[in-house]
Design a protein around this ligand. Sequence first.
Ligand SMILES: Nc1ncnc2c1ncn2[C@@H]1O[C@H](COP(=O)(O)OP(=O)(O)OP(=O)(O)O)[C@@H](O)[C@H]1O
Ligand SMILES: [Mn+2]
Length: 484
Amino acid sequence: MPGSGGHHDSHQEEPVESGLFKLEALFDHPLYNMPSSPIPEEDWLLKMKTTVKASEKSSQMWVSASQEGYGDIQWNSDSNSHPPWLRFHLGITRWQLYPHGDSNMNLLTQQLATHRIVSAVQKSGGTQLKLVMSFPNYGQAMFKPMKQDRDEETNYNLYYFSDFERHNAEISAFHLDRLIKCLQNDCIFFFASLVFSFCLSLFHSCLSLSLILGYRRIPPVVGRLVDVVKEIKDITTDGKLARTFFKSPVGSVCFYGQCSYYCSTEHAVCGRPRNLEASLATMLPDLSLATRTTWRSPWRRSYSRSKLAIWETEPDYCSSVQKIPPYDKGTRLVDFMDLVILDFLMSNMDRHHYETFEKFGNNTFLIHLDNGRAFGRHSKDEPSILTPLAQCCRIRHSTWLRLRLLSLPKYRLSDVMRASLSNDPLHKVAPLLSENHLTALDRRLKTVLETVDRCLKRATEDGGRDGVLYHDIANLKDMITPAG
Ligand SMILES: Nc1ncnc2c1ncn2[C@@H]1O[C@H](COP(=O)(O)OP(=O)(O)OP(=O)(O)O)[C@@H](O)[C@H]1O
Ligand SMILES: [Mn+2]
């Protein structure tokens, strides 16, 4: 469905404060407070060695490192002494990157936003310029610089595969992911009668957490104003990066690095005159500790100006995907639909691959990395992103209920997103998403719900809705219907 040409719909822009109340109310809703069963040993991604022999101590990475700028840190197995990034790593499970209401998130994001940057080197591999930054406590973050003003729309003549990455898209995707993500397998089985008392006990701790409350498939991302001289040029050990710094005609400090897209004088990123907006994403555990599997999206675009992908011409494409592992079993197909919905809402056409942690095999959540090409246009929607949902007509029940919740005025998606994003440090510089983008979210949410409605209608005529809704919350069904 084409967009409304950029003009606002009838509802008035909400002040952030009332949005914050909505956000609190949303996070207080039972759909966002599912008690989980204890996590079995094999469902943790990493394990800390609890006993370290004195003889082994010196070989421990964080004890032996003596790089300049790093503090002398003594960590032991007591998790209170762990820095937030390590706690984040140790909290990753088969079904989510971090738990709901995780108090560690506040500290983690705060450190990303403020801690001294002791190293900044280019990330090898990616197609566009990005840096890996390190902090005194050995934490690391992926840095993506600002390339486009908030109100600017990507040129309509640019193909999705030539679009550039946006720092505010990375930040906004993280917030959106927290808001719409579904419940995970480990939360499915619980006693309905316990839910409300449990939620009540969570209520206070939820309220006291003003920041990130956890949706869990995108590593935490924050915005930060970086001094490109002090925090990159002066400290980098990456000679190739350092050589690309220059002063622009108006005296701004710019650099462009080395990569296969947009790394040239013409596409340099520039400070004002030295301050540059950027996104910093928490790094996942190193691949040597937790290997990841990369999966090609079955609905991948052709990445060609002229060719179409099979799914664009084959209406029955989903039935063949559903027969192929891992989409034939478990939650993979509905997890993929969750990703599709996220991508449609933020208009990300660049989801060619997704990753999972190898340790968990086929039975695990999908990591939603690389969201930089989202939020490029607000005045146009891209219905083809929803094709998998339209073709498969399959969605997690919990996701569908949450989406309905977010379509109600009481929890309106644009309002809770505005409020959530107001917690980011860069909000002070300018709102992370312009009003037009927020309005687009509500419009697109309506389209998603209409797509599911069409599926349900067709299924009801054919004899049952079970083919559409993947029942992950059967017990709660009657208690949490948003309309109720
Ligand atoms: N937070 C993160 N922690 C660890 N690794 C990450 C993180 N974000 C991205 N990566 C890895 O870095 C690589 C490049 O990141 P990203 O996909 O964002 O860049 P890109 O330039 O768009 O790459 P591509 O062109 O392959 O899509 C990816 O392969 C991904 O596995
Ligand atoms: Mn990419």
